[in-house]
Design a protein around this ligand. Structure first.
Ligand code: GUN
Length: 285
């Protein structure tokens, strides 16, 4: 079975559009995202444009703040502080990666945790780890929603995550191991130092791959009948490919996400969800 992230994202986006128009009608406030783009990274420009278009389609406002790659940490921090204090801004997103001259952690820590729609601020990371999230990071939340909505049981099942990034690997491992719907799994987090990776991956009933290497996972790493979630996206001469060798793995898997059209569209949908939630938190009685 192909796990059609695009279709699931479309239904989530329409739910969010309805909830947004109800919020605007009852509160008289339009949720707004402030996106910050530093430099000219072509992929980042595409991602930010997609996020703004999705906001627009859901009735959520969005502003784009562009800084040059040589802007320096203090100028970026000044912008973040201005956005923190702007009551018309509910969500702040600083697109990553940032130029090497800027320490990302310093920027992410400066974002008001109540406006941190990426959920990268240490306070929000801590809350997630404790099972009491304010915001849930977008890509892991998209994966979890895909599993829930496609009725793929996680409780008690063996999940292997390949890749330990702060953006995907670590939070999804944590969320699937937390209590509750879409959780309660037995999770193994693998990375570049893992010994016997193939054998461990083959134990997975649900395999989540976020390692950032094109077509890294082949048929020898997948248990027949496994559910395979591919978070990677790479532009190659043959077109877009994921971290999974789709043609080799798809015949083995009981369900698999395509690239593109799998996890990517869900990430954008979850950003809208978090922006609406930020506006609700700021305007609750
Ligand atoms: N770069 C890659 N993924 C993400 C994400 O989820 N948020 C931000 N801000 N930057 C990213």
């Amino acid at each position: 079975m192909l796990l059609d992230g695009k279709a699931v994202a479309a239904s989530i986006r329409s739910e969010i559009a309805d909830a947004t128009s109800e919020f605007i009608a009852t509160r008289g406030v339009t949720p707004k995202l402030a996106a910050v783009l530093v430099g000219e990274n072509p992929a980042s420009q595409v991602y930010v444009r997609n996020k703004q278009r999705a906001c627009d389609a859901a009735g959520i406002g969005s502003d784009l703040h562009r800084l040059t790659a040589d802007c320096g940490e203090s100028e970026l921090l000044r912008l973040v502080t201005t956005l923190n204090h702007d009551p018309s801004v509910h969500g702040i997103l600083v697109q990553l990666p940032l130029p090497d001259s800027i320490q990302s952690q310093r920027i992410l820590q400066a974002i008001d945790p109540n406006k941190d729609v990426d959920a990268f601020h240490p306070e929000n990371v801590g809350r997630l780890v404790q099972g009491k999230p304010r915001f849930v990071p977008c890509t892991p939340q998209g994966i979890q929603q895909l599993l829930i909505r496609q009725k793929i049981e996680t409780s008690g099942r063996r999940v292997v995550v390949i890749g330990r990034s702060d953006i995907v690997g670590k939070p999804i491992a944590c969320m699937l191991g937390n209590r509750g719907v879409g959780g309660d799994a037995t999770v193994t987090l693998c990375h570049s130092r893992t010994i016997n990776l193939n054998a461990i991956a083959r134990q997975a009933e649900i395999l989540i791959v976020a390692i950032g290497r094109p077509q890294f996972v082949g048929a020898d790493m997948v248990k027949p009948g496994a559910v395979v979630i591919d978070v990677g996206i790479h532009r190659t001469d043959e077109g877009l490919v994921g971290d999974v060798d789709f043609d080799a793995v798809a015949p083995l898997a009981s369900a698999i996400t395509p690239v593109p059209g799998g996890v990517g569209p869900l990430t954008v949908a979850m950003l809208l969800q978090n922006t609406l939630r930020a506006a609700q938190l700021a305007n609750s009685e």
